[in-house]
Design a protein around this ligand. Structure first.
Ligand SMILES: NC(=O)c1ccc[n+]([C@@H]2O[C@H](COP(=O)([O-])OP(=O)(O)OC[C@H]3O[C@@H](n4cnc5c(N)ncnc54)[C@H](OP(=O)(O)O)[C@@H]3O)[C@@H](O)[C@H]2O)c1
Length: 363
């Protein structure tokens, strides 16, 4: 038997509780991993609460009704305990990390993942199958548990955005799981000319300051924003009104950014179109139908929206490892919680004091 942080209903963090279940069986192309840590992702908390925009919420409910996951977690690090008879890439005792694919199962002492698809046959559009690699020795367990999904998502978005040395980049939600990686990759790996990072609250902005890769950091919390009339843009260029939740951005003149990545999906199209330079790209990463539909729409001056799922690839993980080894990307682990405290891990993740990523450790 093994312990899992059981997930039995959609709802608040209290729906997670410790439970014993049988250790899963391996089939011929699977590996059984003794999990050392599982990285908490924004998506984990959203599916736990079914706080997902329609129609993705219906699809998620349907998929999970069929798959019946017992727990959450789609990124992990651990040690191979058993391999199926057709597995050649891994052997017992190997330390591995990766994604579980669509099936969440990482908040557990053991998990089974299929390694049927090897790196050479893995399509980038594929988000259903797991990606599993040997762990580089320079990553701690909590760090390694956060790179596969959260790091890969950030790399996917900044790559899709075509960020380069002349790019002026606005990252909204920069202190979240994806944003922390996106800010570092954009500045240190891709050499963006300017990275402006926005998040809510002083805990988050302090963390971003300590990261040392942002040219400007803005606290979106209204009480910490000293927007004055002058900030509203007195150049007569249609500034957002004070009721616009992103009015703190009116300090920037029109066409200030080549790329806007909006992690929580909070910017209005009006704000986006004002701030984007001609041929600029807006990437709202929350999967809503309107974000997807906007991708097919041409805005004036060649401005574009690109919604859609992140791409997870073996090459992406390798690139992240190289960046982490060179110190270009740091995995900012704020707190770790034991498996019996998965509920608290989610509470902390969703709370205002989070200053980085959160991991669940098994021992
Ligand atoms: N399409 C895909 O394939 C894909 C891939 C990865 C992620 N996603 C989605 O992208 C979203 C972000 O993911 P994540 O893991 O980075 O989540 P996260 O860790 O919760 O990060 C979001 C950050 O944005 C902040 N925020 C909220 N409202 C804001 C505002 N008005 N202005 C500035 N910042 C604000 C949040 O603060 P608070 O915590 O205080 O709200 C949080 O720090 C999630 O909805 C996730 O499901 C989609």
């Amino acid at each position: 038997m093994m312990n899992i942080a059981a997930w039995t209903a959609y709802g608040p963090p209290s729906v997670l509780s410790l439970r014993q279940v049988p250790i899963p069986e391996v089939s011929s192309t699977d590996i059984l991993v003794r999990v050392k840590a599982a990285g908490v992702a924004g998506w984990d908390t959203e599916i736990r609460a079914l706080a997902i925009p329609a129609p993705v919420n219906y699809l998620t409910r349907l998929a999970f009704a069929v798959m019946r996951p017992q727990t959450l977690g789609q990124q992990f690090v651990g040690v191979v305990e058993k391999v199926g008879d057709k597995v050649t890439r891994f052997k017992k005792g190997d330390k591995v990390y990766g994604t579980t694919g669509l099936f969440p199962c990482a908040y557990a002492q053991f998990l089974v993942v299929s390694v049927a698809k090897d790196p050479s046959s893995f399509a980038p559009e594929n988000f259903l199958d797991p990606i599993v690699r040997h762990v580089p020795s320079f990553l701690s367990d909590p760090e390694a548990s956060l790179l596969p999904l959260s790091g890969s998502e950030a790399l996917s978005y900044v790559t899709q955005a075509g960020i380069g040395p002349t790019s002026r980049v606005l990252l909204v939600g920069a202190a979240g799981n994806v944003g922390i990686f996106a800010a570092q990759i954009a500045k240190r790996h891709l050499g963006a000319a300017t990275v402006v990072a926005v998040d809510v609250g002083s805990a988050r902005t302090e963390m971003l300051r300590a990261l040392g890769c942002c040219d400007q950091i803005i606290d979106a919390a209204p009480e910490n924003n000293t927007n004055t009339a002058a900030d509203q843009g007195d150049d007569g260029t249609n500034p957002p009104s004070r009721t616009d939740s992103s009015s703190y951005l009116s300090r920037f003149p029109p066409a200030s950014f080549d790329v806007i990545i909006d992690m929580p999906g909070v910017l209005s199209m009006r704000t986006v179109l004002t701030l984007l330079a001609p041929n600029g790209l807006y990437l709202p990463i929350v999967p809503t139908p309107s974000n997807a539909a906007d991708s097919f729409f041409s805005w004036p001056d060649g401005k574009r929206t690109q919604g859609g799922a992140a791409r997870y690839t073996y090459e992406g993980m390798e690139t992240l490892e190289q960046m982490a080894e060179k110190g270009l990307v740091r995995v900012v682990v704020d707190k770790v919680f034991g498996l019996d405290r998965a509920r608290e891990a989610h509470e902390h993740f969703e709370g205002k004091e989070r200053r980085g990523c959160v991991a669940i450790v098994m021992e």
